[in-house]
Design a protein around this ligand. Structure first.
Ligand code: UDX
Length: 443
């Protein structure tokens, strides 16, 4: 089958390569010439486990093309998949401009019956709208639109695609749904065939539920600190109940990334547009905003201001396994420390280059996690990279000027800091060696 994929971002590129690997002929089109050139040269445009090998394998197969030319991409495909971004507008609603730009090009260049698959996360009702748009614009009834939302997560994107927990296909009738199902021949998954609006809603409802689960455990963690309970044991105890499940119960400095923050706001906006207040999602967003700066609030317990102090920041990406810093807690935390006059030394396994433009020129980026600690008055851990998890109390103690470690990702069991001089504070657990409060000489 000849499939054109519009948008060579995370979702589009990974989906396109996985489809190609399973035997489909794939043409990827993007408006970013540099990205297309990079891909033509066999270089992945972003960091993702297994991507270089998959890209090479697809190129060797001869079944993948990368182009910026709409004539080449849209003239002859059996199916076009739209995987362009739907960024957040200022009011929280999804901006569908890129989706409609692609539809204009499809309507202009495609002259044969074609199923258009909407993969971009889009408000409920968008598939209906773009089908009308395509058929009116082309003066033809050539186009059928299906919704096929994506659930891959960064860092595990390739495995998530080949072994998706489910492939959701929303279509007007079974015939169209089965045509879409055909493109996934060779994928190991359960198919959910439904109407278009339900498919679109499954995506938002799933992401927002996971975001809610994270905000819930973060609030429970904050309460655990107050009552002296250990949130990790609490989460483990909760997770044994199959009705709850043990995933997405890891407390931390809040969720980031390109999906949860945007999709919670978009669904909240959509509900409001329909005259309904989605209270759980409103609370999810509020809790997360506060959780993102919780380490800064904790830091205040030890220093009244940060002028002249050095803060070591371990981890900048919104989670390990990616170089993506979109909506990462690091953006807020580093800004707050710098606004208060701290000097930031930072390390990340993959995201330092992406982060540089979001901090002052005085910030220093270190080649290793250990080197970042040298001379620091405080360390904040924002991403649970393995390199961070393998640091020992001794390294913190010997490298830092004042060994205060605020761990936003619970990288270590607190006990490892017992009988050391390191003050270790994490999320939802006891503070180890909490003797130093408001260090007098620095106040
Ligand atoms: C998410 C969804 O998982 C995926 O299905 C969807 O298609 C896109 O959005 P992604 O943004 O790549 O994927 O990351 P994910 O692994 O889900 O983590 C999102 C954020 O939640 C990260 O910041 C992570 O650190 C945080 N998180 C996750 C927690 O704080 N606790 C958890 O228990 C799980």
């Amino acid at each position: 089958m000849r499939i054109t994929i519009a948008g060579a971002g995370y979702v589009g590129l990974i989906t396109g390569l996985c489809l190609c690997e399973r035997g489909q002929d794939v043409t990827m089109i993007d408006i970013d010439e540099k990205k297309i050139q990079t891909l033509q040269n066999g270089i992945p445009p972003f960091f993702e486990k297994g991507l270089p090998e998959l890209l090479e394998s697809c190129q060797n197969s001869g079944r993948i093309k990368f182009t910026t030319d709409p004539v080449e991409a849209y003239s002859e495909p059996d199916t076009v998949m739209i995987a362009v971004p739907t960024p957040e507008r200022r009011d929280g609603s999804a901006n569908l401009q890129y989706v409609f730009d692609v539809c204009s090009l499809i309507a202009e260049h495609c002259r044969k019956a074609c199923v258009v698959i909407l993969k971009s996360t889009s408000p409920v009702g968008t598939s209906d709208k773009i089908e009308t748009f395509l058929n009116e614009k082309s003066n033809n009834d050539l186009f059928e639109v299906a919704s096929n939302p994506e659930f891959l997560a960064q860092g595990t994107a390739i495995n998530d695609t080949f072994n998706a927990s489910r492939i959701v296909i929303g279509a007007k009738n079974l015939d169209i749904a089965e045509k879409v199902q055909d493109i996934y021949t060779g994928f190991s998954s359960t198919f959910v065939l439904t109407d278009r609006k339900s498919a679109e809603m499954i995506k938002y409802a799933s992401n927002d539920f996971l975001a809610l689960k994270i905000s819930y455990i973060n609030e429970i963690a904050n309460l655990c600190e107050k009552v002296g309970a250990n949130v990790e044991i609490v989460a483990a105890g909760m997770g044994l109940d199959p009705r709850i499940g043990n995933l997405y119960l890891k407390p931390g400095t809040g969720y980031g990334g390109s999906c949860f923050p945007k999709d919670t706001k978009a669904l909240h906006w959509l509900a409001k547009y329909h005259g309904y207040e989605l209270k759980t999602i409103k609370a999810t967003i509020e809790v997360n905003e506060n959780q993102k700066i919780i380490l800064f609030q904790k830091a205040r317990q030890y220093y009244q201001n940060f002028r002249g102090l050095t803060v070591a920041v371990l981890g900048l990406a919104f989670k390990p396994g990616t170089d993506d810093i979109r909506e990462a807690p690091s953006l807020d935390i580093v800004r707050l420390f710098e606004e208060e006059g701290a000097k930031v030394k930072a390390w990340d396994f993959a995201a330092s280059d992406n982060f540089r433009k979001y901090c002052s020129q005085d910030a220093v980026f270190c080649p290793t996690a250990e080197e970042t600690l040298i001379g620091a008055d405080m360390c904040v851990i924002l991403t649970e990279w393995d390199e961070v998890k393998s640091l020992t109390p001794k390294q913190y103690k010997e490298r830092m000027k004042t060994p205060i470690v605020l761990d936003g990702r619970n990288c270590y069991p607190p006990e490892v800091f017992e009988n050391t001089s390191v003050l270790y504070d994490s999320i939802g657990r006891i503070t180890v060696n909490p003797r130093i409060r408001l260090i007098p000489e620095l106040v």
